[in-house]
Write a protein that binds this ligand. Sequence first.
Ligand code: MLC
Ligand code: AMP
Length: 510
Amino acid sequence: MDNDNLFVALRAGFPAAMEGVAIEADNGLVYTWRDIERATAMIANLLASLELPPGARVAVHTDKSVETLLLYLATLRAGLVYLPLNNAYQQAELEYFIDNAEPGVVVCSGRNFPWISKLAFRRGVGHVFTLNDDRSGTLLDRAAQQGDRHEAAVVRADQLAAILYTSGTTGRSKGAMLSHGNLLSNARTLQTYWDWRADDVLIHALPIFHVHGLFVACHGALLNGSRMLWLSRFEARAVVERLPRATLFMGVPTLYVRLLQEAALTREACARMRLFISGSAPLRLETFHEWQARTGHVLLERYGMSETVMLTSNPCRPEDGERVGGTVGRPLPGVALRVVDDGGVSQPAGEVGNIEVRGPNVFSGYWRMPEKTAEEFTADGWFRTGDVGRLDERGGLTIVGRSKDLIISGGYNVYPAEVEGYLNELPGVAESAVIGAPHPDLGEAVVAVVVPRPAAELDAGSLVAQLRTRIAGFKLPKRVFVVDELPRNAMGKVQKNLLRQQHARLFVGD
Ligand code: MLC
Ligand code: AMP
């Protein structure tokens, strides 16, 4: 019987020598391919023993660990739906995700169990397990009692593999539904386009609750039987130390900015490396050039989204052309991309417009939000990315901005409407506007401009302290300005462009 389970395809990429090393973790542990095979079977057997309904969601809010990756693979293997959550998310954020996704299982770190289990059980979640980054917790305790053989669940290519929440323009997150087929088609395309080799060694330093660290990085290595050098968190020095033993690295631009601050980052250190990939946020041309001068390597920039996985890439092989700084390359094989005006008319090369895409990698819609899904797709099936760009004569894409009101800070997305919503609920706040300001390390930093209610005295520090208990730390404003009023146009709409201009040099020198 045909089985389109993504796990089966990844598993087929494991080398025949199952005793070989698959993952070397920074805590000194080494995982063989057989370890991955056995551990995912045991966790999949545990998940199967819970007798969840088909399509049940497994929501995961843990610190980064190899075991969390094993849980992801086991969820695929069991035919359930993986729902990764940024471990910086706080109570209000978790409540929303659990209400919206109605998971059958929640897995969290032991230190968060008291509050997460309470809110999960109250919302009818049947099972809450713990998983810590030192291999302790009830998930592994229970899995240890299971058999280490498991026949992967039979799934169709269009069945859901994962839901990735991506913040909505209205301030509420939307769950992008990705199927086994979406993820596998993209993984296979990248395998070829980036010329993955069995002897590649990938330094894995990204979080594993987003497309970049979980799908692009891990699928590549697993599908290809390549080793990963695993870091539980990004630390520039630890990455540089591993470069002489590695061939591949993937990062958001902030990682490259921080690596460039390391004196030990030299051509010699990078001698064995074959590819450095950047994405998830705009890469400054200055970083692109500095990287080349320091390491002798030309960074490969690519562009993607939670809803689509990878869309475009600069070339990897010389015969596919040169990597051009400031551009995100051509659409990947199988991906169709067009630039249209607001009326949906395709623009000629050189003209700026809205980026729309289509392909086997594009998600099927937002979880339980048919109206939002309908809004984001055109009548003829193209997905509106919310990004704005232009194509050159040879089909290369340059992203020039976004039509969606989104801040990308250190590779994490922050939706101003969401932060404004929380700010406006605080005592003494009449209204607020949240913008992104250029930042040398983070690319963009969150800045809030707040208007007090009559007679209220607002203190920036106290506003941030109050927000801290409600939302993830990376969404907190790095600066807060208290003003008498917000600039508005004749229609009464807040003129964020004026605020952006006003604060453009807040974090960067002249
Ligand atoms: C952490 N902090 C941030 C932040 N990350 N603030 C703003 N923006 C960020 N990105 C804050 C914390 O809240 C904390 O604040 C302080 O910084 C220190 O926290 P930390 O955890 O020690 O930070 P650090 O380890 O330095 O993290 C920075 C980082 C991390 C750049 C390594 O943000 C990161 O790993 N980013 C990668 C995100 C990513 O993988 N994106 C891919 C999305 S997929 P305080 O106040 O408590 O001190 C996607 C699709 C695609 O977009 O195309 O790939
Ligand atoms: P996410 O919703 O986290 O998947 O973020 C996707 C968004 O990140 C895209 O819509 C783009 O705005 C942005 N993005 C990803 N890669 C790049 C890139 N190379 N350059 C500029 N923006 C990017």
